[in-house]
Design a protein. Sequence first.
Length: 235
Amino acid sequence: METALPTLTPGTLYLVATPIGNLEDITLRALRTLKECDVVAAEDTRHTGQLLKHYGIAKPLLSYFRFNEARRSEEILARLQRGEKVALVTDAGSPGISDPGERVVRSARAAGLRVEAVPGACALVAALTASGLPTNEFHFIGFLPHKLGQRRKQLEALKTFSGTLALYESPYRIEKLLGELAEIFPGRTVVLARELTKKFEEFLRGTPMELSAISRPRSLKGEFVVLIAGGSNPG
């Protein structure tokens, strides 16, 4: 016997997780939400437009990114207050995790509006669970500051943390980061997870110096999740 799926609730902000690489990594619920919502607020409308087109979904797109968060948050709240169903997506993974979304969620909650997560792919979780490092306790940093002094201060403050450290890094700064880790965490096991869920997915494991020796001649591409063994479990 078929069970009718619940319809979307008017005036709700839906945080829809999208694929982090492999287009198959999207849930049936996420696709239904994107089909039934009134508007999709996207970090990059071109990128999201391609995703929607791939799945045969046509919806109005609203640009929502770091530099227009304040203005767009007000517009999104106004739409929700009119009873619209708004799906918020980022370029990859779960909205609000080192991506736009946190501000509008906070504003929506403060206004007494409904917020609902539509969970799915997340680079942090994918990398952590496949890294071989302890998962029972971890600290997620997101992206480190760009300024050298601020980066070192944050990393130094985490030296005594007993669990696994996890952060995101771009391919343009991975060599710089490995140099910093070699000074601050020289004996720790570090895992570099790159191109997650894609054809050339790769996990590299070793000390910061060992990884630097591997990565330098190869000029590694792709976005990285960097995992550092905790102080009580250096490797």
